[in-house]
Design a protein around this ligand. Structure first.
Ligand SMILES: [Zn+2]
Length: 534
């Protein structure tokens, strides 16, 4: 996602005795007001001899729980729903939870400027628990079927493939809160690939569909092509396709770079997400005001689309490895800039990413893999996004395009529809490059800061020798890194790579051609994350 402006408490990861493999979520949405009714049918694998299934659930009051059709006991307190499933064998349970309530978060129910009722799921990082009984942690991924009833006139969009849309009667509605008996529709969507709760959502609003057609044909994991479409408020249709004209080329480029698009379709929605963009699996939500200001640019579409692989299909198993989502989305948006707009636009983007890192206070205090921070929204920072993105850039420079992208394809292939930690990425890159990357990963991801360097140089024209001294401030300790220097002499332009050791100062001597040195540039291609004083 992009941008942030709210606070939420972090909750500790649960050690799984149960694994939920499928959520069958039936929701009834009101005509007005905020009370929702739900029936969640969970398919659960029991992995340890435990007789109580504990789920995260806030705001909703549970009235009934059954297992395999039989009523069973439960209790609700402190944001937890404890379900007494009995027995202790390893087995598969079918637990159905009937509930209702007013979600205070997670499902954002509001009215737009025209007074129209809207509801948009917005679960990141752990807000699904406000409206869905769930294991609300990224280590837990499941498939989902959404069956949503709503008053006619609202379009329901959710993860996965549209299965059906039909009119349904709702006879028992004495107070009329759920609308007239005939004017309701039931929409079913099914996501056949496991996804984490933070990207499992619905939209319910008077949305109009703008078709982008079948895209990335031959590059889809499910089906031949990736159908893409944009859903907006009716009056916003005129700005389309806008940046979404590039949606085909973005998915095609990423799929060719790292492997097939992971889901059934890719929808882009105007929504009431609190983020600028939110990478819900196969249904990206963008902030309403970005549509209203016609300020959806290609780079946010590229960022959120990259998350479909990085974050959604391959999910960081622990929040401290969030850079595996945000660093990748940042770098892949930059890669798309390189692909679509050329090398100098790419260099300018990486220059901006580096500037953001060098200005960020948190980068000086904490490493990218931050196991100390407990406030999850505080992890949405320059470490996860910009430094993480720049580390990928340096790995690419270090390994070369061929080994780097082969490594990424291996990482995607091995962890697609599962979860991963940073070590998994390291192993995939090591496997494809034949290199040991532990020191690089430790230096850039497990300690704070960056090198602060000064490069002084002198050219002895008589001796044809260029000497360069690299001095490190040592503010964050000394780093070992490659430094590219470009210079031109009478023989032409040269680019050399200096292996700077982790020392306070180191001098390099290079033989030059006859005559004076015309120019010297340090890191001309923007491939080193460092504060450089020349
Ligand atoms: Zn993001």
């Amino acid at each position: 996602m992009l941008a942030l402006w709210f606070a939420a408490a972090a909750l500790a990861a649960q050690q799984p005795a149960f694994h939920i493999v499928h959520y069958d979520l039936a929701l009834d949405l009101p005509q007005s007001g905020k009370t929702i009714e739900g029936v969640a049918s969970l398919t659960v694998h029991r992995l340890a001899p435990v007789d109580t299934l504990t789920l995260d659930l806030l705001d909703m009051k549970v009235s009934l729980v059954t297992e395999a059709g039989k009523r069973i006991g439960f209790s609700q307190h402190d944001g937890r729903l404890n379900i007494y499933v009995g027995g202790s064998r390893q087995d598969t349970l079918h637990v159905t939870i009937t509930y209702a309530g007013v979600p205070t978060d997670g499902l954002i129910i509001s009215t737009d400027s025209a007074g129209r009722w809207l509801a948009f799921g917005d679960n990141w990082p752990n807000r699904a628990r406000h409206w869905i009984p769930s294991v609300d942690h990224p280590s837990s991924k499941a498939t989902v079927t959404w069956t949503v009833q709503a008053p006619a006139g609202r379009r329901i969009v959710a993860n996965g493939e549209l299965i059906s849309e039909r009119e349904v009667p709702r006879p028992a509605d004495p107070d009329g809160a759920f609308g007239s008996p005939i004017a309701r529709t039931e929409t079913v969507w099914r996501e056949s690939r496991p996804i984490p709760m933070d990207v499992m959502v619905i939209a319910a609003a008077p949305l109009e569909r703008f078709d982008l057609g079948n895209t990335a044909c031959g590059l889809a994991e499910l089906g031949r092509c990736v159908p893409q479409m944009v859903y907006t408020a009716p009056e916003q249709r005129s700005i389309l396709p806008g940046a979404f004209a590039e949606a085909d080329s973005i998915v095609t480029f990423f799929a060719r770079t790292v492997g097939a698009f992971p889901y059934e379709k890719l929808a882009h929605l105007q929504s009431s997400t609190i983020f600028g963009g939110m990478e819900n699996a196969s249904a990206i939500f963008y902030a309403d005001k970005m549509f209203r200001r016609d300020s959806v640019h290609y780079d946010i579409v590229a960022h959120e689309t990259a998350h479909q692989w990085f974050g959604d299909a391959i999910t960081e198993r622990e929040w401290s490895h969030l850079w595996l989502s945000e660093g990748f989305a940042t770098y892949f948006a930059a890669l798309y800039t390189q692909h679509s707009r050329g090398d100098s636009a790419f260099r300018a983007t990486m220059e901006k990413v580096r500037e953001t890192v060098l200005k960020a206070e948190e980068v000086t205090r904490r490493p990218v893999i931050d196991t100390i921070e407990t406030k999850l929204t505080s992890l949405l920072n320059a470490n996860s996004y910009d430094k993480g993105g720049f580390v990928l850039h340096m790995l690419r420079e270090e390994l070369g395009d061929s080994a780097f992208f082969r490594g990424l394809r291996r990482y995607v292939r091995e962890h697609r529809h599962g979860t991963a930690l940073t070590d998994d990425l390291q192993q995939a890159l090591e496997h494809e490059s034949g290199r040991t990357l532990g020191p690089i990963f430790d230096e850039w991801l497990r300690r704070p800061g960056y090198p602060e360097i000064a490069v002084t140089w002198a050219h002895d024209a008589a001796a044809n020798e260029l000497s360069m001294t690299v001095t490190q401030s040592g503010r964050f300790g000394y780093f070992a890194f490659p430094l590219t220097v470009g210079y031109s002499d009478s023989a032409g332009l040269h680019r050399i790579r200096l292996a700077v050791p982790a020392e306070q100062a180191h001098t390099f001597r290079v033989h030059t051609a006859d005559g004076p040195l015309a120019s010297l540039r340090v890191d001309p291609d923007v491939t080193l994350l460092a504060k450089i004083t020349k």
